[in-house]
Design a protein around this ligand. Sequence first.
Ligand code: HEC
Ligand code: HEC
Ligand code: HEC
Ligand code: HEC
Length: 169
Amino acid sequence: MPQQIKRLISVFAILIVLFLIMRQVLKPDSFGELGHYRSKAIQENKMRELHYAGSVNCLKCHEAIRTDKAQGSHAKLKCEVCHGPGLKHALYAEKFKDGQLPDSLKMYKPSERKECALCHQINAARIKMVFDTINNSMIKQINAMEHNYADADTKVEYKCIECHNPHQP
Ligand code: HEC
Ligand code: HEC
Ligand code: HEC
Ligand code: HEC
């Protein structure tokens, strides 16, 4: 056998042994118990703190808003898309009627133009409404820097929600 092939074989042998040692040292212990997966990851994910309640859990106390929302084109948007995570609020808000809600249970209310523009800003990469066959699944676009931007005289910026009801736009 030519000498360079022998050398090549020994280099490969060293690399394979190194790989086997590294694999033994670095492999997490629970890897492989449930197939190609670190099975302790399931436990770890279960232990994570929850933040979102899910829209169904808002309805117990805000049924009227759901009814409103169901009649408009925001019907399919989930509450927490706009209001942020609300698990704590949903669990503990009940006692605090009429503006008594403590800060720690307050929900976020998106009032800035840019927060509506997040979904509605014109975007060349989006498919045009002409092709929308699946019942309003695509979003009507405006240019947030032009669409009713500011009062012509005072130059004060309008908020989207001054004209559009966010629950029934
Ligand atoms: C498109 C974003 C959006 C979605 C989706 C949304 N909201 Fe709102 N919501 C707002 C905004 C913006 C305000 C603040 C309105 C204002 O200040 O005039 C608000 C206000 C509220 C208020 C305060 C009372 C009121 O009527 O102004 C409650 C309660 C509320 N939302 C509950 C909900 C619930 C429950 C859902 C789901 C069924 C939901 N919202 C879905 C944007 C949204
Ligand atoms: C157990 C009852 C309950 C549940 C469930 C509940 N809320 Fe509320 N929510 C309240 C009460 C009470 C207030 C305060 C009303 C007031 O101040 O008059 C409130 C106020 C709000 C406000 C207005 C806050 C503000 O600062 O004006 C928003 C927005 C809101 N809730 C969204 C939600 C969303 C989203 C969910 C679901 C994740 C939800 N709520 C679930 C009882 C509840
Ligand atoms: C998470 C994405 C999302 C956000 C945030 C959002 N919208 Fe929408 N909006 C939609 C979808 C989806 C529709 C339904 C498809 C359509 O008609 O464009 C819609 C529809 C609309 C329409 C069209 C109403 C009609 O019947 O022609 C208006 C107006 C509107 N939204 C205003 C707002 C305003 C104002 C805000 C901010 C408070 C906002 N949207 C925030 C997704 C969003
Ligand atoms: C001064 C009032 C006013 C303000 C402020 C305003 N809008 Fe509108 N918007 C309207 C009116 C009126 C229409 C319907 C006529 C039209 O298409 O211009 C409309 C239409 C729309 C439509 C539907 C467009 C379509 O193709 O049918 C969307 C989406 C929308 N607005 C989103 C927004 C968003 C997002 C903001 C904030 C960045 C906003 N609007 C601010 C009055 C307003």
